[in-house]
Design a protein. Structure first.
Length: 133
């Protein structure tokens, strides 16, 4: 793991519970808007996931824990499980960054995307894996 997880088991447990495989028929383009879970292979609103994780922290930890650290921990968690955080072909943020910006409700919103199958390129995906946009 590149940077370690910092909060260790707390972050791992949260991420393991928060990111789940979608079990419906049609994979949504954006994960559950109620912010209860984030689905693999869909866009997840980064601020929503961050706020969800912060509910697991003490008040002091919440004040000290910043979104940049959250991103580092997500990257380490994804690397640990062999997933890919923000595949480069989906990134559209500033040049040289792995950021995904989507327009949601007429606002630019940063999203994250956890690819469970990084060894499968975009061209190798089946029709059911391709998002409708």
């Amino acid at each position: 793991m590149s940077q370690g997880l910092g909060l260790g088991e707390d972050f791992m447990k949260w991420a393991n519970d928060y990111f789940v495989k979608y079990d419906g028929e049609v994979l949504p383009s954006i994960s559950d808007e109620s912010n209860i879970v984030g689905y693999f292979n869909t866009y997840v609103i980064k601020d929503a996931a961050f706020e969800n994780f912060k509910t697991k922290l003490t008040k002091k930890q919440q004040m000290d824990y910043k979104i940049n650290k959250f991103t580092v921990h997500l990257e380490a968690w994804a690397e640990f499980w062999g997933y890919e955080l923000n595949p480069i072909h989906l990134c559209n943020g500033a040049k040289g960054t792995k950021r995904i910006i989507k327009t949601i409700e007429k606002k630019s919103t940063e999203c994250i995307y956890i690819n469970r199958y990084p060894e499968i390129s975009e061209n190798d995906k089946g029709e059911e894996d391709v998002l409708p946009f």
